[in-house]
Design a binder for this molecule. Structure first.
Ligand SMILES: Cc1cc2nc3c(=O)[nH]c(=O)nc-3n(C[C@H](O)[C@H](O)[C@H](O)COP(=O)(O)OP(=O)(O)OC[C@H]3O[C@@H](n4cnc5c(N)ncnc54)[C@H](O)[C@@H]3O)c2cc1C
Length: 470
């Protein structure tokens, strides 16, 4: 309460927007997975870019570290304090300033949630091209800061592909305004693309102009059971070749299906257990989606002969039911304990080998741990969730990520590096590459105020170690 910095911040944003009470701060200090937790100096909630600029100047004057935070749904610990930082919450900067239905654009505050954006855009028959299960809480600023991917990447690209303009505040309080202007603009470096995936280490994003895509009125969802990962990959490639309006190609494994069924009470859509389940969605302006799925099914070898199984949703309820089997994985896993969450990409041809070897990589360090794996098959992006690795989290993480690196994959496909993977950056980025990234960080944030310890371990200041909480 007597912190002089908090007093300065109250002058800027008002007393009610500087949270010092530990009970009220708590929700901002623990991440969604409950794996990362730290006590903040205070939580400050500015209401405009100008207030963000003043807050950052005040923090810089005190050499106080700042953790930008949106909806706190990030999965790598980059949005919560490690200990002693000021949490800068963007949730009050959530206005929808303008939706242009003709150009398919929205201008909005960075703290707007994906759900609220889609609700407003939906009135114009539009939505954001990136969709993910955390849509109720994830903010568009956080989604740009993490370059979020999600379930429609194969059709619309990742979050960076949706950014048409931005406003952001640097650590020294200067405001970069590139909100307006033509979509085609090659006047120098594309700073908006630099901020996509910067995880709050380069600037605080305050406003965004984002591309919107049409809500397509007709969609069809089908779920397949495949006997091997190779057969599932072949199926996904056939679907990509067959449909020019494929929106999603997702996968999960039998252990994950069991867990989701246990957690939600859902029934098994198939009579037997398959090695891999693949969910497809197509969406179109034309109503013939079910017929086209039926045609596709006729081309799948082994279907109906016991070598593969498939079912497609007949109505909206059915679609939701099939999607729930994939989308409720994260919460089902979380209900079992605090998982080690890894988000990797593997060149598609090596994916079966990864699936073969990953369990050994886990159990060699944590014999009783189990890996629940699901993800975006079209992007060869696997979410590897390890339960029961208690006390061996770092060893298991290293073991899996070394396997990923050996297979020439990515140690972070869409969640970012954050705190969780900063020790492992060197596995897939060369020293030269890391030197360039550090130079960019120094150029934009020379005092290391913004999100110390995120991406690069040695930008971390001495802080109290994160407490592990269940
Ligand atoms: C159930 C569930 C499902 C998910 N599914 C997916 C998925 O399919 N694909 C995917 O990519 N992610 C997924 N995520 C992860 C998460 O939703 C995304 O990373 C999301 O983009 C984070 O947004 P947020 O507003 O919650 O950001 P936060 O968690 O608050 O912050 C994330 C990072 O961005 C920084 N940051 C936040 N806002 C700003 C800002 N305005 N300016 C600068 N830096 C900022 C923070 O410092 C932090 O480093 C999922 C999470 C959950 C809980």
């Amino acid at each position: 309460v007597n912190d002089p910095l908090a007093a300065v911040l109250r002058e800027i944003v008002g007393t009610q927007n500087v949270l010092v009470d530990p009970g009220i701060r708590a929700a901002f200090e623990t991440d969604w997975t409950r794996r990362f937790h730290g006590v903040s100096r205070c939580v400050v909630r500015p209401g405009s870019a100008d207030e963000v600029a003043m807050v950052l100047r005040a923090c810089a004057a005190e050499h106080a570290a700042v953790v930008p935070q949106g909806g706190n749904t990030g999965l790598v610990g980059g949005g919560v304090p490690r200990g002693g930082e000021v949490v800068l919450s963007l949730l009050r900067i959530d206005g929808i300033e303008h939706i242009d239905p003709h150009l398919g654009e929205v201008t909005c505050g960075a703290g707007l949630t994906l759900g609220a954006l889609n609700e407003a855009a939906g009135a114009h028959g539009l939505r954001l091209g990136v969709d993910l299960a955390a849509r109720g809480s994830a903010t568009v600023g956080g989604m740009v800061a993490t370059n979020a991917g999600g379930i429609n990447v194969l059709r619309y690209g990742m979050m960076r592909s949706q950014v048409l303009g931005f406003e952001a505040v640097l650590a020294n309080g200067s405001v970069i305004d590139r909100l307006e202007g033509p979509a085609k603009d090659n006047s120098g470096y594309d700073l908006g693309q630099l901020l996509a995936g910067s995880e709050g280490t380069l600037a605080v994003i305050t406003r965004l102009r984002l591309r919107l895509v049409p809500v397509l009125p007709h969609s069809a969802v089908a779920l397949f059971g495949a006997p091997t990962p190779e057969a599932a990959i072949d199926l996904a490639q056939r679907a990509r070749a067959h449909f020019d309006d494929l929106e999603a190609a997702e996968f999960f494994l039998p252990e994950g299906l069991d867990l989701v069924r246990h957690h939600t009470g859902a029934s098994n859509p198939f009579r037997r257990r398959w090695a891999m389940y693949v969910l497809f969605e197509i969406a179109s302006r034309k109503p013939d989606v079910l017929e086209r799925f039926a045609e596709f099914m006729d081309t799948v070898p082994g279907l109906g002969e016991g070598q593969m199984d498939g079912t497609f949703a007949q109505d909206a309820m059915d679609r939701k039911r099939l999607w729930a089997l994939r989308e409720r994985h994260t919460e089902a896993i979380n209900s079992e304990g605090v998982p080690v969450k890894l988000d990797v990409a593997i060149p598609l041809a090596r994916l079966p080998r990864f699936l073969d070897e990953v369990r050994g990589a886990v159990t060699s360090f944590a014999p009783s741990a189990r890996a629940i794996i699901f993800g975006h098959l079209a992007d060869a992006n696997l979410h590897v969730n390890i339960l029961g690795a208690d006390g061996h989290e770092e060893a298991v993480t290293g073991s899996v990520l070394r396997l990923v690196a050996a297979l020439k994959g990515s140690i972070s496909a869409e969640h970012g590096i954050g705190i969780a993977k900063s020790h492992w950056l060197g596995l897939t980025r060369s020293p030269q590459d890391i030197a360039v990234m550090r130079a960019i960080k120094r150029a934009l944030d020379p005092e290391g105020i913004l999100n110390p310890g995120v991406i690069f371990t040695d930008t971390a200041r001495p802080v109290t170690p994160p407490a592990r909480r269940r």
